[in-house]
Design a binder for this molecule. Structure first.
Ligand SMILES: *[C@@H]1O[C@H](CO)[C@@H](O)[C@H](O)[C@H]1NC(C)=O
Ligand SMILES: *[C@@H]1O[C@H](CO)[C@@H](O)[C@H](O)[C@H]1NC(C)=O
Ligand SMILES: *[C@@H]1O[C@H](CO)[C@@H](O)[C@H](O)[C@H]1NC(C)=O
Length: 475
């Protein structure tokens, strides 16, 4: 009789764990999600190995954090440590979510986010030389191949998420962790006024913390609350950390704030705002700068009714971001410069990142055209750069070719640039670039892939921010 029970037991295991190696099928494998190509147990143990590898790299890199008196190198090291820390967090999120069923569609974004961090860490060492750089490179490449392997065992998110909702009727339900006063603040009507407090970490202003000042300021709105800074590459801040304002973590919300970098066009790269926050939502904010104003660095981001100004590559990064109903305005920089509105950094086909600009107004300030400065919609920072412009106004300030090469023929066959149902004098397509990667999108089902519902799976997280949005192609 005993053997009968045993046979029954094994049969049950086979029925419950059809994809799994019989002996490794534990209770957590009972929830084998269909977005994974490997058993959950294998997925989790690969994640644990990757977390371990990141810890190893971290301890290698941190050995150098006190030895360098080279400003550039020590910045690169501290940026890298911060990025490794973010990566460990992303792997932790993935690991804990993998132990629960039905939580899977974030995995690819999170794992890809680790790869983005890896590359940003390495970029920090560009222009430095010596053993530290090559040691870091070697250690990081082990993590990169581990994590790439894990990412590619996760299927792409289902294409059917979210469609068919009434876009303008999202309830204003706020995250449970918001305090009552914070909800009131988010619901306040826009009101312009002059800024009247100064926040300085060194104690020379009215406050040392931004949050203390924001609690006190009676008036909110673009250019009423201004967060300002002027760090820049020309003065030695080449690093990822040089932005005026940086945010990481999950679920960042901002409203009615201006973020600016006042370094000016002579100072080269000068970031006003950098976001690493997954599921971040930014509403009615302004980003003012020149080169590299807005660094949409990593993970999923949504910008609604924002003003973004700059010169070279002023919206750049490797996040998956939708810009909806934004005003995007090129400014006058240096005479020999060409303006590129975007420089998206998608690096390989498995990388899900890209920029989608929808219902927006794209133009340049009058002195740009007066000075004959050419302005383009974007150029390919990395090999698989991906940007689409949907249903937007494009002014005559945009060059008829539309898009600018990065360096010779680099990326022209692998990038994906698309335009769909845009209007205005700069939207004509007859003189656009003829690169293999450029697409005049005519099929709405192709355009639909770049909407809030599909591209950033917004219907699963934007309603909780209280920010109104359109999830598809219809207003
Ligand atoms: C991390 O370092 C330890 C100790 O050097 C080593 O045993 C282990 O294999 C390393 N793990 C990974 C994933 O590299
Ligand atoms: C901030 O500091 C300035 C200069 O010291 C002062 O004039 C102003 O009243 C202060 N504002 C507040 C709200 O304390
Ligand atoms: C441009 O491409 C050429 C040829 O591929 C390469 O040698 C050069 O370093 C590149 N220049 C820049 C600035 O990337």
């Amino acid at each position: 009789m005993a053997s009968c029970v045993e046979v029954f037991f094994w049969l049950l295991m086979i029925l419950l764990c059809p994809w799994s190696h019989l002996l490794s099928c534990g209770s957590s494998d009972l929830f084998q999600p269909d977005y994974l190509m490997v058993p959950v147990s294998e997925f989790s143990s690969s994640l644990e190995t990757a977390i371990n590898a990141i810890q190893n790299v971290t301890s290698t890199v941190s050995q150098f954090s006190h030895v360098s008196n080279d400003f550039h190198l020590s910045n690169a090291i501290s940026d890298c440590l911060e990025l490794l820390d973010l990566s460990a967090e992303l792997l932790d999120w993935t690991l804990s979510a993998s132990l629960k069923p039905d939580d899977g569609f974030d995995f690819r974004t999170w794992l890809n986010g680790v790869l983005v961090n890896q590359d940003t860490c390495l970029e920090g060492f560009d222009g430095t030389s010596g053993t530290i750089k090559s040691l870091v490179e070697e250690r990081l490449s082990q993590v990169t191949s581990l994590v790439t392997g894990i990412r590619d065992t996760v299927h792409l998110p289902p294409d059917s998420m979210g469609g068919g909702r009434n876009p303008t009727n999202h309830e204003q339900t706020f995250p449970s962790w918001l305090k009552h006063e914070e909800k009131k603040l988010l619901l306040q009507p826009l009101d312009k006024g002059s800024a009247d407090v100064v926040v300085a970490a060194d104690g020379t202003g009215n406050f040392t913390k931004i949050s203390d000042a924001i609690n006190l300021v009676p008036k909110h709105g673009i250019d009423a609350t201004v967060i300002t800074g002027n760090r820049n590459a020309a003065d030695g801040f080449k690093s990822y950390k040089s932005g005026t304002f940086r945010v990481k973590g999950r679920g960042f919300i901002a409203r009615d704030i201006t973020f600016q970098n006042t370094a000016g066009p002579q100072k080269a790269q000068a970031i006003a705002f950098l976001s690493d926050s997954d599921l971040s939502a930014i509403y009615r904010c302004a980003f003012r700068g020149y080169q590299d104003t807005l660094y949409a660095h990593n993970l999923r981001q949504f910008y609604k009714s924002c003003l973004i100004t700059g010169t070279v590559d002023f919206i750049f990064g490797r996040s998956t971001a939708v810009f909806q109903s934004c005003q995007i305005r090129a400014r006058k920089g240096l005479p020999q410069q060409k303006n590129a509105i975007t420089a998206q950094g998608r690096k390989e086909p498995g990388d899900g990142s890209g920029f989608s600009i929808q219902f927006s107004h794209i133009s340049a300030e009058p002195d740009v055209t007066a000075a004959n400065i050419e302005t383009y919609l974007g150029r390919p920072w990395k090999l698989y750069s991906r940007t689409v412009i949907l249903q937007s106004y494009i002014s005559s300030a945009i060059h008829p070719k539309g898009w600018l090469p990065w360096n010779g023929s680099f990326a022209l066959g692998t990038l994906y640039y698309g335009e769909y149902m845009n209007f205005g004098p700069g939207a004509r397509l007859d003189n656009r670039v003829s690169w293999p990667g450029f697409h005049e999108i005519q099929d709405p089902s192709v355009a639909n892939k770049f909407t809030v519902a599909k591209f950033i799976l917004g219907d699963s997280w934007l309603p909780s921010t209280g920010i109104q949005y359109t999830d598809g192609l219809q207003v």
